[in-house]
Every structure is written in C-alpha cells, then in structure tokens.
Design a binder for this molecule. Structure first.
Ligand code: UD1
Length: 419
C-alpha cells in the first residue's frame, strides 16, 4: 500500500497542464462498442479507471492499442462476449455503461449491477427504466441485469433526475434504435456534449446535447471516427484550488472557463483572484478566502466532484461557510479527516458548517474516495508540517501523476510505501 507525503507551506508557482477528462473518456471508450470500425481517441489520461475500462473492453473482445502516450485505437469488430462481470463492474461503476451499447448493437447484454459505493447508494433504476421504454426486456438475476431487444425502438424518456450515467447509457442505446428518442430532463454536463460529438462523428443523429432535451434520430449502424477528449474540469478546478490554498500563483493550462462557471463564481464570491485566458486560467491566491454558502447541483450548478476540494479551501477561510451536498447522500467523509488537520467543521445530514481557521497542521489521514483524497492532499499542501495521506489508490483512479505535476510547481510531495 502506498501513501502520499506532503510537507505543507510552499506557495505553488508556475504552469500546470490539465489531462483529458476521466469522466468524458470513460463513456467515449464504451461508445466504441457501437461500431465494428476502428475508433481513435486522443488525450486519453493514463489512469487506473481507464486501464480498468480497457481490460473490460478486451474481455468483451475489443482489440486496442495505445498509439503514443495519450491516444488509443480501438476496434470492436470481434466482440463475442456480451457480459460485463461483477469483478470489473464492482471496481468501477462506469462499467455499467456497457449496457446501452451492447444492447443496441447486439440485441442483448448481461451486465453486473454495480452495488453501492462509499459516497452513496447509487442505484441504476433510471438507466433500466429508460432501456425498458426503449423496448428492452430486463431481468434482474443473481446480481446481473439481463437485457434483450431485437432492435430498440425510439421513445420518450423523461428522466426523474438528470443522471449523468443514465443520460450517457440511454444516449448511446438510442443511436441505433428505430425512430426518434427524446430524452427529457437530460444531464447537461460537458461530458455529455463530448459523447454526443463522438457519436455524431460516428454517424449518429443527435441534437440538443448540453441542454435538458436531447433528440436522437436512430440510424441502422455507426462507423469509425476520431475524437479528442475534453480537458478534465475537475482536475482543473483541483489545481486552481491548489494555487489558492497555498497563496500561490498558478497557471492551469487547458482549464476551460466555460466548463467551470459555477466553480469560478464560488471563487469570485470567496474573493479569490483569478484571470481567464484563452488557453487556461491563472489563480493568484493572495489572501484567505471569505466564507461562502455553497450547494452542489447537477451541471451547470456547482459540481459535487469539486465539493471536497472547496471544503479544504474554505477550512482556511475567514468566517463561516455552509456547504450543502444534494447529489450524493454520503459525501462528507473528508470532513472528519480535515478536522484531524485542525479544521473546524460540523456535519449535520447533507450540510457541513465550516468555521474558517487561520492554519492547519499536518497529520496522518486516510482517503475514503477519489475526490476526498485530493482534498486531503490540498489541505496538506497548506498545513504546517507533514501530512501523510493513506489509501492513495483512490487518487490514482482519477488523477494522472498528480505528485509529479504538483512537485513541478513547487510542492514538497512524494509517494512512499506504507509500513
Ligand atoms: C457521474 C460522474 C461522477 C459525478 C456524478 C455526479 C462519471 C464516470 N462519474 O457519476 O464523478 O460525481 O456523475 O456529477 O462520469 N441516481 C439514481 N438512479 C440512477 C442513477 C443515478 O438514483 O439510475 C442518483 C445517484 O444515486 C446519485 C445521483 O443520482 O445520487 C447522481 O448520479 P449520476 O448523475 O448518475 O452520477 P454517475 O453517472 O454515477
């Protein structure tokens, strides 16, 4: 088991580059199941979740090759196996995105249900309800979803909640359905837009991605395409928070302000200085942030995936902040670990009250999930003394070589073997 050791206090200074978005790359990789032609994706981050996805795709019969460091060529012409096993789905919930493409192209699929995870129950009822409306018969048997439909039929799909995963699964399924599908109350995340761009490049007819109503005119087949993954807005926000929390001066290359509206609005509210450039965003952290109220919401609201990072920042703010988490029911586990570093945070249900303190002090802490782990790392960058973050495998699921990237802009950080 590895840990990350951070010695806090150094203001970060310099340029840092954002990788391709994990949450965009995962559905894009699954989308290549929809065609027998080769697809090429570039700016694919080298992350544990990406390797898990590629392993799963290979298991189904997809052949792939890395072309250079960041590009993957995939061919799903030899897919024989239509089952995504529990072993892989349990380690990464996004594996459930095999359901839509397999069902649409091959007429059946058997996909393990993902089960809950640390941050919440995360059911898949919206995915399944949508597939049924598209004409699939669904059986739940021994922990697996068994789905069948000779050919899916276009339908009206009003989602009870704008679930990102369900929108992606249904969008992919509907591309090969017969007739028109309308997804109402669709998720509007930039990752949905990126997926629709690839699917349209593959020959799909999709309109309205990025709005609440997506219309898909089904086609008989899709063909190969090339696509560049969007930059990771969560990683970008994390680096901006790193600049701010260390009172540094950091230019985050590839950060797209149009994907970070709510996050930058929170920065502005908190009095954090930043400047938007064509090729990135610069943050100048020269004073403690002001306490602010913050509520996580579906896009374009404040992203739940940046809530933990913002909490670390506000823990060192002036005055009180109140964070309300509305997306996941159990996503405050980092709060108690931040308290170990000296933060003053009380959690009641889905609300955390943070009374800013003047300093944090290093301690041993434990990562509980991906974004929680990076918030501890951020706090460690600002804390006095040494912070050791255990269970960093969570971090490696979503951040590419984070300790290398941060040390290049002045962080005193390294990976160590745990005793
Ligand atoms: C995606 C992101 C994740 C992010 C989340 C919310 C990926 C790979 N992951 O996860 O990083 O935190 O969006 O922005 O892109 N729900 C249901 N029934 C369903 C589906 C979802 O009740 O069928 C609930 C979930 O339990 C959760 C909420 O809806 O409380 C949001 O889930 P969803 O938007 O589906 O998130 P994911 O796609 O799992």
């Amino acid at each position: 088991m590895e840990t990350i050791v951070v010695r806090g206090g150094a203001p970060l200074r310099g340029d840092i580059v954002v990788s391709g978005a994990k949450n965009a790359a995962l559905p894009l990789l699954f989308a290549t199941l929809l065609t027998e032609d080769e697809c090429r994706l570039s700016r694919v981050p080298r992350l544990v979740d990406i390797h898990t996805t590629l392993r799963l795709l290979r298991d189904l019969g997809v052949e792939y090759d890395w072309v250079g460091d960041q590009e993957v060529a995939l061919s799903a012409s030899g897919v024989q196996n239509l089952e995504a096993s529990y072993d892989l789905v349990k380690t990464m919930r996004a594996s459930f995105l095999t359901l839509g493409p397999l069902l649409a192209r091959f007429g059946r699929a058997r996909v393990s249900t993902p089960g809950g995870c640390a941050i919440g129950a995360r059911p898949v009822n919206i995915h399944l309800d949508g597939m049924q409306r598209l004409g699939a018969t669904i059986h739940l048997y021994q922990g697996y979803v068994e789905a069948e439909a000779k050919r899916l039929r276009g339908a009206h799909l009003p989602l009870e909640f704008p679930s990102v995963g369900a929108t992606e699964n249904l969008l992919m399924a509907a591309t090969l359905a017969e007739g028109e599908t309308i997804i109402d109350n669709a998720a509007r995340e930039p990752e949905i837009v990126d997926l629709a761009l690839l699917l349209n490049a593959m020959g799909a007819h999709i309109r309205g991605a990025g709005t609440s109503t997506i219309t898909i005119e089904g086609v008989a087949s899709l063909h190969g395409a090339e696509h560049v993954v969007i930059p990771d807005r969560v990683e970008a926000g994390t680096f901006l928070a790193a600049g701010a929390i260390t009172s540094g001066d950091v230019f985050v290359h590839g950060a797209r302000a149009d994907h970070l509206d709510a996050f930058l609005a929170a920065f502005a509210d908190a009095g954090i200085q930043f400047a938007i450039h064509e090729d990135g965003i610069r943050v100048i952290g020269n004073s403690r942030p002001r306490g602010i109220p913050l509520t996580t919401l579906p896009y374009p609201g404040f992203p739940t995936d940046l809530q933990a990072q913002m909490m670390a920042l506000l823990a060192l703010g002036q005055g009180q902040s109140i964070i309300t988490e509305t997306i996941f029911e159990n996503r405050f586990m980092h709060a108690q670990e931040l308290v170990r570093l000296g933060a003053d945070i009380q959690v009641h249900g889905n609300t955390a009250t943070i009374n800013g303190v003047a300093y944090l002090s290093g301690a041993q802490v434990m990562a509980t999930d991906l974004r929680a782990s990076v918030s501890l790392l951020l706090a460690g960058l600002a804390a006095q003394g040494e912070t050791e973050v255990a269970r960093v495998y969570h971090l490696d699921r979503g951040y590419e070589r984070i300790e290398e990237k941060l040390s290049r802009i002045g962080a005193d950080i390294h990976r160590a073997k745990a005793d």
